[in-house]
Design a protein around this ligand. Structure first.
Ligand code: HEM
Length: 144
């Protein structure tokens, strides 16, 4: 039975289609009795992982009940660690809470806009300025 449920959870984790939790619900699970955390918009129950975490129980408890994406990424966890996440996946962050999170991290929700500005507009403006400078110097050369 347990194995079956775990299989389902792993499939849901891969598809990103688990139950939905609000950040308020996650915030209540911030102790060693029950520890949940959010990483990249997904909710993980790390209660049974606390003692096993190679980085220690303390750091997990510090992040419990919160969005731990930044701390998780700052450590530079290995691909193995990322694979392990699936075992603790319990669901998704509620979309309305995800927007709040997204406003802190624009690359998630408005990535289309961000990439437009950085990939097109900046090089185009740069090229225009260069072009104008070239023209200006050439005209300057001719007139003198
Ligand atoms: C479910 C979530 C997490 C999993 C599955 C996980 C897993 C792991 C694993 C497997 C390692 C060993 C090194 C590696 O393979 O990268 C590790 C190390 C570590 N983790 Fe996590 N971790 C999680 C969350 C966090 C969070 C939220 C923090 C917050 C700061 C954290 C801090 C650390 C630290 C400080 C180390 C030690 C790094 C070192 O000694 O080089 N981990 N973790």
């Amino acid at each position: 039975m347990e194995g079956g449920r775990r299989g389902e959870a792993a499939a849901a984790a891969a598809a990103g289609t688990g139950p939905v939790f609000t950040l308020e619900e996650v915030a209540k699970r911030n102790s060693s009795r029950e520890a949940w955390l959010v990483i990249h918009g997904r909710v993980y129950d790390v209660t049974r992982f606390l003692e096993e975490h190679p980085g220690g129980e303390e750091v997990l408890l510090e992040q419990a009940g919160r969005d731990a994406t930044e701390s998780f990424e700052d450590v530079g966890h290995s691909t193995d660690a990322r694979e392990m996440l699936k075992q603790y996946y319990i669901g998704e962050v509620h979309p309305s809470d995800r927007e709040k999170e997204g406003s802190k991290n624009p690359s998630r929700t408005s990535s289309g806009q961000t990439s437009f500005w950085s990939t097109w507009l900046i090089p185009i403006v740069g090229a225009l300025v260069l072009g104008l400078m070239c023209r200006y110097y050439m005209m300057d050369g001719k007139s003198s």
